[in-house]
Design a protein around this ligand. Structure first.
Ligand code: NAD
Ligand code: DAU
Length: 338
């Protein structure tokens, strides 16, 4: 039995991971440690809360005493660190919490993995650590790290600490660096859910700059299957890029979402650009495909329609979010962009 400390399991990718893994595997016990920040939501985990192979602990990964208690109490054999402050725009509004959670928090987890010993420590990183591409080329695992936003810099720092713990103390670290995810339970501040929800509400769709920044999209379940493969077969000390070769300019995504929600392009509003906005991401996943046999099973064309349908069918989920504290963030972020 693998006894896995999953951190940030009440967020978008972490909750999809827990729901997916517990419905497919009987050999895994999960301790979900989540601080329940604005982005954490236990509604995402309703289907697993009674599962005997699952337990939830509300807490902060920076809390060394709590983390060390959990390692001992549950005899943790593996760590998957999803917990993070994850939104670039918020990191531009204020960077301190990004440093605290993403760097110090990862360090606390690594120290405990060193102290108690684990079979594997998976650090969930991002393609943003590589910086921005010109019109050609893709990020490879050997690409130099050149993070541009405070968020990306904090994730790069965490990656460096993880690799240093492997090099110095032989902590069995593996890093995944994935491209932009979409799918159910994504918090409404991110491009795809924000545009779907605004469109359903007949609100303006705020496109930064000229709308020609490119992101490389992957369905969240394809990302999580890659994490599962890394858990089972990933080689320690290695970095694996994960992406589905689906590069799209933002404006193309926005127009597609408008079309599928039956709205006109009159809702599009070009607003002031994100400061330091990375122009293009594209990720080369040859290594995880060749070495671990990973493939992306979902096409963008069908998975984006499933995602839109999910937001249409789960209005209660996002209405509770957008009626709360999120309103204050939305005002702050978009009043400074117009
Ligand atoms: P999210 O913001 O939806 O969820 C983050 C979760 O972490 C929340 O449940 C939050 O409560 C929890 N958390 C935050 N600070 C914490 C702390 N100090 N202690 C414990 N829990 C804490 O993020 P996401 O989009 O699900 O991203 C998950 C991970 O994947 C992050 O590490 C992110 O950097 C990485 N990633 C995200 C994407 C993407 O497209 N969303 C792509 C590549 C990598
Ligand atoms: O590449 C992986 C990263 O993808 C993850 O590490 C991050 O956690 C995740 O948030 C995401 O970062 P991005 O900054 O790429 O995602 P976001 O959804 O914020 O923005 C996607 C693109 O859309 C980006 O070019 C900015 C643009 N955008 C975004 C918002 C919220 C707009 O034009 N308007 C908006 O209102």
């Amino acid at each position: 039995m693998k006894k896995i400390l999953v951190t940030g399991g009440a967020g978008f990718i972490g909750s999809n991971f827990i729901n997916y893994i517990l419905s497919n595997r009987k050999d895994i016990f999960i301790v979900n440690l989540d601080k329940l920040t604005y982005a954490g939501n236990l509604q995402n985990l309703k289907d697993v809360e009674q599962n005997p192979n699952y337990t939830f602990v509300k807490g902060d990964i920076v809390n060394d005493e709590l983390v060390s208690y959990l390692f001992q109490k549950y005899e943790i054999t593996h760590v998957i660190n999803f917990a993070a402050e994850s939104h670039v725009d918020r990191s531009i509004l204020g960077s301190e919490i990004f440093f605290r959670t993403n760097v110090l928090g990862t360090n606390v987890l690594l120290e405990n993995a060193k102290r108690f010993g684990v079979e594997k420590f998976i650090q969930i990183s991002t393609d943003e650590v590589y910086g921005s591409l010109g019109p050609e080329g893709q990020f490879e695992e050997t690409t130099t790290l050149q993070p541009n936003s405070p968020y990306a810099a904090s994730k790069a720092a965490a990656d460096m600490m993880a690799l240093a713990f492997h090099h110095t103390y032989q902590v069995p670290v593996v890093i995944t660096r994935c491209s932009n995810n979409y799918g159910p339970y994504q918090f409404p501040e991110k491009l795809i859910p924000l545009m779907i929800i605004n469109s359903l509400n007949n609100k303006k769709l705020p496109v930064y700059g000229d709308g020609m920044n490119v992101r490389d999209w992957i369905y969240v379940i394809d990302h999580n299957k890659a994490v599962e493969l890394v858990l089972d077969k990933g080689k320690v000390g290695e970095v694996y890029n994960v992406g589905a070769n689906t590069e799209k300019p933002n404006i193309e995504i926005v127009k597609l979402l408008l079309k599928h929600t039956g709205k006109t392009e009159e809702l599009i509003e070009y607003v002031k650009d994100r400061p330091g906005h990375d122009r293009r991401y594209a990720i080369d996943s040859t290594k995880i495909k060749n070495e671990l046999g990973w493939v992306a099973h979902h096409s963008f064309e069908s998975a984006i329609q499933d995602t839109i349908k999910w937001y249409i069918d789960h209005q209660k989920w996002w209405k509770e979010i957008i009626s709360g504290d999120y309103q204050n963030y939305y005002q702050l972020q978009y009043s400074s962009h117009s």
